[in-house]
Write a protein that binds this ligand. Structure first.
Ligand code: C2E
Ligand code: CA
Ligand code: CA
Length: 427
């Protein structure tokens, strides 16, 4: 019996207790914790960049390292605690603690221990923590929660501790729901184009619009883009959504042309994820050409961040798009990591400056100065300027004075459904 037990419960990588044993012992510890005398926490511990370590030093060395981690950690554990190697340089630990601060200190000590295993080598670990509530004894579920805490924190180089909370669970459930429903939503046309006017600074009349997506969900109602765009950017669905937006805008422009209305260019956001395909320009052409609209009424907004992915593809795509006659604009200039360098290399038609320049205390004056210089520079480079996120009359007056071309923001109008846009601007 003892020998079979040993075989069943021994981990092949570390030679210590395996996951099966961990689940068994963990469940029993939690069950026996009558009256909740002890507070337990489930920890998910992961070494960052384990694969790179194996690439540099070999897989066997990698596994030996994991074994050393295991025994080093094991020494720090009490017999009413449990741990095991899971997979992919991840360990599960069930520890007891008195309060959150004490737990954090203990985790720091564990990190020190791990770092002591290979002195001189800088290693990073993340710790996801799920504090066990009285009555909870599902070890796998608890471990899953601690893992989610780590995932949400994201992998950067610093070692960190993340505590799980119910919000995280909600976020994960939301992501699942979005992923389950997105195909249906697209097929059912639940994604709606909203248009936000761009107003010419001099005449204060409509001179363009930006198409922004909204999800009108059959039961949940109105869902703003920040609730689903980041999820789509992660899972690739953004490619389909953006194609759909371009198509809807092309269709709308075609209809307005047929009706003989005054046409202004409408811009569509093109996520950076698109810039991995080399035939992007042809692809966009093929969507727009179905509706036989002139290319200059559909503008494409891209963010500078695309620049950091594959510069060559970006440069050649932008050139092709402009050769095909699509105006191209750079979105969010001034938010995040804008660099004048990208302006040097990228030939574009429109620069959208972000109202971030104007926001925040004490930065206003400097912000204004920068805006006026950027406008000046863009003019010299033959670009049009759109100021975004403009909310006040003072900002408008300042921008007029600086000879900014177009203004987009709540001061003039919020993004609105197409029927409302027609009502206000196409009469
Ligand atoms: P963005 O492209 O920078 O769009 C401008 C955002 O600023 C919009 O938020 C707009 O409603 C908001 N805004 C406009 N004027 C003002 C103002 O005066 N004050 C303030 N505080 N905000 C203003 P929205 O519609 O929530 O969209 C957020 C972001 O989601 C967009 O930022 C864009 O990055 C993304 N997005 C929206 N629709 C699409 C889409 O169809 N495709 C892609 N790839 N991204 C989209
Ligand atoms: Ca935009
Ligand atoms: Ca923007």
């Amino acid at each position: 019996m003892r020998r079979t037990d040993k075989i069943i419960y021994t981990d092949v990588v570390t030679g210590g207790d395996n996951w099966l044993y961990f689940v068994k012992k963990g469940t029993s510890l939690l069950k026996k914790n009558r009256g909740n005398r002890r507070k337990y926490a489930m920890i998910h511990l992961r070494m960052h960049k384990y694969r790179s370590f194996c690439t540099c030093f070999g897989v066997q060395e990698g596994e030996e390292l994991l074994e050393k981690f295991y025994y080093a950690l094991k020494k720090k554990l009490n017999h009413k605690e449990a741990m095991a190697y899971h997979e992919n340089a991840e360990f599960g630990l069930l520890l007891y603690y008195t309060d959150k601060e004490q737990l954090a200190v203990r985790i720091d000590e564990l990190r020190e221990t791990l770092n002591g295993v290979l002195p001189g080598m800088k290693m990073y670990f993340c710790f996801g923590v799920c504090q066990v509530e009285p009555g909870q004894k599902d070890v796998e579920q608890l471990y899953n929660n601690s893992l989610i805490a780590c995932e949400i924190m994201g992998e950067d180089t610093e070692s960190k501790i993340a505590f799980f909370d119910e919000e995280m669970n909600k976020q994960k459930l939301w992501e699942r729901k979005v992923e389950d429903e997105m195909d249906r939503a697209l097929a059912n046309k639940e994604f709606k184009v909203y248009l936000q006017p761009k107003i010419s600074a001099v005449e204060e009349r409509l001179a363009g619009a930006e198409a922004l997506v909204r999800w009108i969900h059959p039961t949940d109602g109105f869902i703003p883009p920040n609730k689903f765009i980041p999820i789509f950017e992660n899972n690739g669905f953004i490619l389909k959504l953006d194609d759909y937006m371009i198509e809807e805008v092309a269709r709308q422009q075609a209809q307005w042309i047929t009706e003989g209305r005054r046409i202004v260019p409408i811009s569509v956001n093109v996520s950076r994820a698109h810039f991995t395909r080399e035939d992007l320009a042809e692809h966009i052409c093929s969507i727009v050409d179905k509706y036989k609209v002139p290319h200059n009424v559909i503008e494409l907004e891209l963010t500078e961040s695309a620049f950091f992915d594959d510069k060559e593809v970006l440069l050649s795509t932008v050139k092709k798009l402009r050769d095909y006659g699509f105006p191209v604009s750079m979105d969010d200039f001034g938010a995040g990591y804008s660099s004048l360098n990208s302006l040097k290399e990228l030939q574009i038609d429109v620069l959208k400056i972000d109202a971030d320049f104007f926001r925040g205390e004490n930065v206003e004056e400097r912000g204004m100065l920068i805006v006026s210089e950027v406008i000046d520079l863009a003019k010299k480079l033959n670009m049009k300027i759109v100021a975004e996120g403009i909310e006040s009359r003072e900002q408008v007056d300042f921008l007029i004075e600086q000879e900014c071309d177009l203004i987009q923001g709540y001061f003039f109008a919020k993004p609105m459904p197409i029927p409302e846009f027609i009502e206000k601007y196409h009469k």
